[in-house]
Design a protein around this ligand. Structure first.
Ligand code: NAP
Length: 403
């Protein structure tokens, strides 16, 4: 059955031939997207022998849309996004220090994609700085809409700032230095609860071992500390029969996890950074507020040796956008040298969210085979010491390995 993907009660309802938007993006986008689409299609074919496949619908975004309509995100694109709700997206240019607002941020807001999800799993053949990189298999859920990223801040000499400082001093008895810039960090209960729910549900649906809440609640008690408490509350109130908290593990289970349950624990942010380096095997799904999540996503990516090979998802209750974690790499555009692996891993993640696990596994296996056989693009070939494949040829290798 062909049709659009629909959403109800956090559940994706996916027809056998879902219509999904894709955008080539800017810079290296068109080359890596062409490869990634072929790989996703080949994986679906391998897994379902024609009974399930994606009906791709092109969405004009970024420079291509700008040329045709004068806007990187024209109204027609907004309408299509609201209609189809799922987008497989190549990287888009964002000008530095002015110009238009990030299209990525605009799309996230349009579809309320409140979770940024980045799986980080070692792929044999990458040049990791760890002794046991094979222990790295984490999925980070970063809250995408709250925290200091809401941009509520004032420069130290903003003419409006003295009003706030005097209110704080007179009404709240808080003295802020005259020469201090000021920012406000909102962390709300509802926004914490929805991402905690999504992370725990993902852990259950994908047979993960644990969800670790990362926070700095010892210092920021009513924002990050509250994030921790609200996330625990969701775990216990909504998933009682599937989760065990760390306190319960020692009090009730003598430190031995009962089978079929997910451990919910928490770690203070600074500890978390050393933990993922020294004991990566203990960490699985990581749930973090926006800023911690931003930091830990790249730190975790570094553990496998190359964050450029990772995909990420922005997901909400009513849609999702899947993309590579890198940008447009303009110096490589049109040269058939860019590595499409990040875009392909984004495709694997999208297949996971569609519930097409067999196809997602086929993608992961094909990438693993290419890496083991040292069939790689130049960014990896240069440290492996082999002749590189072009972008297109790397894609062809993956597709043929699935036949
Ligand atoms: P970038 O595009 O990620 O590129 C930085 C460097 O990373 C490249 O020079 C190259 O390194 C390497 N690289 C990235 N992707 C690669 C690939 N697929 N294959 C091989 N090497 C790759 O970051 P940027 O230069 O900071 O940003 C360029 C533009 O992309 C900006 O307009 C930025 O706003 C945008 N951007 C978009 C997104 C998005 O759409 N989600 C995300 C990030 C950035 P070497 O030079 O060492 O070979």
């Amino acid at each position: 059955m062909e049709g659009n993907i629909t959403f109800e009660n956090w559940k994706w309802s996916v027809p056998d031939s879902p219509r999904i938007l894709f955008a080539y993006g800017d810079g290296i986008g068109p080359e890596i997207m062409a490869v990634a689409k072929n790989v996703v299609d080949a994986a679906a074919e391998k897994a379902y022998k024609g009974s399930k496949h994606i009906e791709w619908v092109e969405l004009l975004l970024g420079e291509k849309a700008e040329k045709e309509s004068g806007s990187g995100l024209p109204d027609t694109a907004k309408e299509a996004l609201k209609d189809y709700k799922v987008l497989f997206k190549g990287p888009l240019t964002t000008p530095v220090g002015g110009g238009f607002r990030s299209l990525n941020v605009s799309i996230r807001m349009l579809l309320d994609l409140y979770a940024n999800i980045r799986p980080v799993k070692y792929i044999e053949g990458l040049d990791s700085p760890l002794k046991r990189p094979q222990d790295v298999d984490m999925v980070i859920f970063r809250e995408n809409t709250d925290d200091i990223y809401t941009g509520i801040e004032w420069k130290y000499d903003d003419p409006e700032l003295p009003k706030l400082k005097s209110f704080l001093e007179s009404d709240m008895r808080i003295k802020v230095d005259n020469d201090a810039g000021v920012g406000i960090k909102p962390i709300s209960k509802s926004k914490t609860e929805r991402i905690a729910r999504m992370a725990i549900k993902y852990a259950i649906d994908n047979n993960r071992k644990s969800v670790t809440i990362m926070h700095k609640g010892n210092i920021m008690k009513y924002t990050e500390g509250a994030f921790r408490d609200w996330a625990y509350n969701v775990a216990v109130a909504e998933f009682r029969d599937r989760v065990v908290t760390e306190d319960e593990l020692s009090a009730k289970y003598n430190g031995v996890m009962p089978s079929g349950k997910i451990l919910i624990n928490d770690r203070i942010a600074d500890n978390m950074f050393q933990q993922i380096v020294t004991k990566p095997s203990l960490y699985d799904v990581i749930l973090a507020p926006n800023l911690n999540g931003d930091y830990i996503s790249d730190a975790a990516g570094a553990l496998i040796g190359d964050i450029g090979v990772l995909g990420s998802a922005n997901v909400g209750d009513n849609g999702g956008m899947f993309e590579a974690s890198h940008g447009t790499a303009p110096k490589y555009a049109g040269k058939n040298v860019a590595n499409p692996m990040g875009m392909i891993k984004a495709g694997e993640l999208m297949l996971t969210f569609l519930g097409w696990k067999e196809a997602a596994e086929a993608v992961a296996n094909a990438v693993g085979t290419a890496m083991k056989s040292k069939k790689v693009t130049s960014d990896i070939a240069r440290f492996v010491g082999v002749e590189p494949l072009g972008t297109k040829e790397f894609g062809e290798f993956l597709v043929s390995s699935m036949k």
